[in-house]
Design a protein around this ligand. Structure first.
Ligand SMILES: CC(C)(COP(=O)(O)OP(=O)(O)OC[C@H]1O[C@@H](n2cnc3c(N)ncnc32)[C@H](O)[C@@H]1OP(=O)(O)O)[C@@H](O)C(=O)NCCC(=O)NCCS
Length: 155
């Protein structure tokens, strides 16, 4: 398997995987996520492509993209409460339903860790929805630890 930066002509396939994530989010949190995969969501991949602070990474097996990640350089300036924070955020992450539990996500994450080190980052962050226990199990297996929580109560 090859893990590398995406090429422009691969963005349509990346969008097929982005739709898988969106469908999962709609199923798990229908009060928050909009069903379907609107033209706006589809086209947003081009905004990401053009942004120098973001990169699209793909895992390719036998010529087919079977996983992708979007990484985003975030800089949060110092505030009265907090020091400046500069880190790499994993904004989107998915392995094709047909290719799961074969180590694809692990290889993607290994690439991201090397990418982050090469660019001088000392922290990789991501956030996820609590219903997505499969993703949590993967991120923990990849070495991530929870450092902050969002909580809610339905009233
Ligand atoms: C989460 C996800 C990326 C994992 O991808 P994957 O390629 O199947 O993961 P790997 O094969 O590299 O798994 C490595 C280890 O993580 C853990 N793991 C991965 N998926 C798991 C799951 N669904 N349940 C429990 N543990 C899991 C296991 O320890 C696994 O090792 P094992 O297979 O030897 O038991 C994939 O299920 C996915 O794309 N899900 C839908 C999209 C999504 O949730 N994205 C992230 C949130 S935006």
């Amino acid at each position: 398997m090859e893990v590398r930066l995406a090429e422009k002509n691969e963005l349509e396939r990346v969008n097929e995987l982005r739709k898988q994530v969106n469908d999962l989010h709609v199923k798990g949190k229908p009060d928050v996520f909009k069903p379907g995969f609107s033209e706006e969501l589809r086209d947003f991949i081009n905004v990401i492509w053009e942004d120098p602070e973001q990169d699209i990474i793909v895992a390719v097996e036998q010529g087919k993209i079977c996983g992708f990640a979007i990484v985003h350089h975030i800089n949060k300036p110092e505030t009265p409460f907090m020091y400046e924070r500069d880190f790499l955020d994993v904004d989107e992450f998915c392995v094709d339903e047909a290719a799961r539990r074969k180590g694809v996500a692990t290889e993607l994450m290994t690439y991201i860790k090397t990418y982050a080190k090469d660019k001088g980052f000392h922290r990789i962050e991501l956030n996820m929805w609590e219903f997505n226990q499969g993703a949590l199990a993967f991120y923990e297996a990849a070495g991530f630890e929870t450092f902050r929580r969002y909580m809610e109560i339905m009233i």
